[in-house]
Design a binder for this molecule. Structure first.
Ligand code: SF4
Length: 87
């Protein structure tokens, strides 16, 4: 299932996403954005919030919590388990 995600390290607390899409975003206790609702995330408001974020802190993620345990990294096409392959 598609979910919204805020990268708290990138968020500067400008409030744009909260102003644009208060159905999905609100400020946390530190003044940074957090996702407060992951229902019905494929909306114009959510996409506008993503595109309006000055630090690109918001993204859609694929909510498959067990993904990393479900596959073998050797055959992985996903970016979830990139390795440092120096050799
Ligand atoms: S628009 Fe981006 S930087 Fe601004 S509060 Fe939302 S997540 Fe943080």
């Amino acid at each position: 299932m598609k979910k919204l995600n805020v990268n708290k390290e990138a968020c500067i607390g400008c409030g744009a996403c909260v102003a644009i899409d208060s159905a999905h975003f609100d400020f946390d206790e530190n003044g940074y954005s957090e996702v407060v609702n992951n229902e019905n995330v494929d909306t114009e408001e959510a996409r506008n919030a993503i595109s309006s974020c000055p630090t690109s802190a918001i993204s859609y993620i694929d909510d498959n919590e067990n993904h990393e345990e479900e596959h073998n990294c050797e055959n992985c096409d996903h970016k979830c388990c990139e390795h440092d392959e120096e050799n």
